[in-house]
Design a binder for this molecule. Structure first.
Ligand SMILES: Cc1cc2nc3c(=O)[nH]c(=O)nc-3n(C[C@H](O)[C@H](O)[C@H](O)COP(=O)(O)O)c2cc1C
Ligand code: SF4
Ligand code: SF4
Length: 241
């Protein structure tokens, strides 16, 4: 008998799923025995994204039966542009994603018939520099240390693009003065980079300085992935720091 499989997609933020995705999963009504699969885009380090999602989904009664992840072009204001994973996912990764999609129904049926060995295991990694950083990367931490975004009212055209696309529902353009990074902000900084007239302003220089050492480590990790045949660079990422 066929039953629907639920797919949940996410980027990786700070070495795990973003806060809004976490909250979304925690609000899912309990669905005992339902199967789901995960897909994830990330830069150099997917971290514990799949592990945490799997654990939270299990608490809602959902069994993760497979996952697909791929490098994706990241853009962060305090890192170089283009970034090291630029032009990903590439043709090969898109083909792999298609094949994953084609196979997941078969996997689902086989697990239903008792092939429980097919259920993937996701390991929690704790003993690395990035896992430690991930634990620190709370909304409270960013509220203190992230650059303060400000809306320049002389430039803002009130197009509402930032407000409508804010994943934390943390912008109120109609307020006087307009509000940004209200309660709920997940520090994705998407509003700043997507404002069509550059009306959201911030000083990125402290973050640029702070992030230099991370960049070096990302490059080492990508070099290793390249040696293992898991990453194909499209930019000269070794010269990026
Ligand atoms: C705020 C922020 C934090 C990020 N943190 C990570 C990270 O910890 N590890 C990683 O591999 N990529 C990280 N990225 C890169 C994103 O995962 C990547 O931009 C995203 O997967 C691209 O997919 P999209 O085009 O669908 O947003 C981060 C990106 C942003 C904006
Ligand atoms: S996207 Fe920019 S111009 Fe549009 S409302 Fe937001 S700040 Fe104003
Ligand atoms: S950084 Fe901007 S877009 Fe992202 S959640 Fe905060 S206010 Fe919204």
């Amino acid at each position: 008998m066929w039953s629907a499989i639920i797919g949940i997609g996410t980027p990786t933020f700070f070495y795990r799923e973003p806060v809004n995705v976490r909250k979304f999963i925690q609000k899912i009504d309990t669905m005992n025995g339902k199967q789901c699969f995960l897909f994830c885009t990330h830069g150099s380090i997917i971290g514990n994204t799949l592990y945490h999602m799997k654990e939270d989904l299990l608490k809602r009664g959902l069994l993760v039966i497979g996952s697909f992840d791929t490098y994706a072009s990241s853009s962060l204001q305090f890192y170089p542009t283009p970034m090291h994973t630029a032009y990903h996912p590439d043709e090969i990764e898109l083909e792999e994603a298609k094949n994953f999609g084609k196979n997941i129904c078969d996997i689902s049926l086989r697990i239903q018939k008792g092939e429980v060995d097919l259920i993937p295991k996701f390991e929690l990694i704790e003993d690395t520099w990035w896992a430690k950083n991930s634990k620190m990367a709370t909304p409270e931490f960013f509220r203190k240390f992230s650059p303060k975004l400000e809306i320049n009212v002389d430039k803002c055209t009130k197009c509402l693009q930032c407000q409508e696309n804010c994943p934390g529902d943390a912008i109120n353009i109609e307020a006087s003065p307009p509000e940004i990074q209200n309660e709920g902000c997940i520090f994705c900084w998407f509003c700043e980079k997507s404002c069509p007239v550059g009306a959201i302003e911030a000083d990125w220089s402290p973050m640029k300085e702070f992030s230099k050492s991370n960049l070096k480590k990302y490059i080492e990790i990508l070099k290793q992935a390249e040696r293992e045949g898991k990453f194909r660079p499209y930019v000269d990422y070794e010269k990026m720091y």
